[in-house]
Design a protein around this ligand. Structure first.
Ligand SMILES: [Zn+2]
Length: 217
């Protein structure tokens, strides 16, 4: 059962296409498995349409019709060539990659600390997006940290508790500089999360801080 969802301001921004690519990917991954959020997104879509209809009509430029017609007649530009991206990391047995991540290149699992690995997710349509996968072993604790800006997380597998709540597969979490937490993976099994990081993770300990900057989080 999904217990943690994105709030309405995030869902509205997603419906309006106003989120950065990394955040939009994490939201889409959540909505894929959450009927409740898909429903909210649909209603915000409709609301957006109604608001557009209520806008005051404005006069069109004189050549608007001829420009629209020639745009329709113009030959279609072929879609940009997108090579099949590499997926060099695998999810735990029995877990499939979310459809929303189709087209993303997924780097190999890299060592981060004992029992902890990370993989960099590259969005070919936005190379600046800072998206990572974290794969943390059963019972392991991440270093205590806060965030210089925001971090959106979707749990793909397993579960963790960060002192505020328990987050399990399908759950979504949004954190910012107001939250200092130390996620601990539940003892039952490993946990895999997809995270979009705006700004940096700010670790309390100097060692974790140095390491975080080395791997670019
Ligand atoms: Zn939801």
């Amino acid at each position: 059962m999904i217990r943690h969802h994105p709030d309405d301001s995030l869902l509205m921004a997603q419906a309006a296409g106003r989120l950065d690519s990394g955040s939009a990917l994490v939201l889409a991954t959540h909505a894929e498995h959450c009927e409740q959020c898909r429903e909210r997104l649909r209603s915000f879509d409709v609301l957006g349409g109604v608001l557009l209809e209520q806008l005051e009509p404005t006069a069109l430029a004189e050549d608007a019709l001829s420009r629209a017609l020639s745009a329709i007649d113009a030959p279609e530009t072929p879609p940009p060539h997108r090579p099949t991206p590499l997926r060099r990391a695998a999810l735990p047995e029995g877990r499939a990659w979310p459809r929303a991540m189709e087209g993303c290149a997924i780097g190999p699992w890299r060592w981060m600390a004992p029992g902890m690995r990370f993989s960099r997710v590259t969005l070919p349509w936005d190379l600046q997006a800072n998206v990572i996968l974290l794969r943390i072993g059963a019972g392991k604790l991440l270093a205590r940290h806060t965030h210089s800006d925001s971090e959106l997380t979707q749990v793909l597998h397993g579960s963790f508790h960060d002192g505020r709540a328990l987050f399990s597969a399908g759950d979504f979490d949004a954190t910012d500089d107001s939250i200092l937490h130390q996620p601990a993976v539940e003892p039952g099994g490993e946990c895999v999360c997809l995270a979009a990081v705006s700004g940096r993770l700010v670790f309390e300990s100097r060692v974790a801080r140095t390491f975080g900057s080395l791997i670019g989080i």
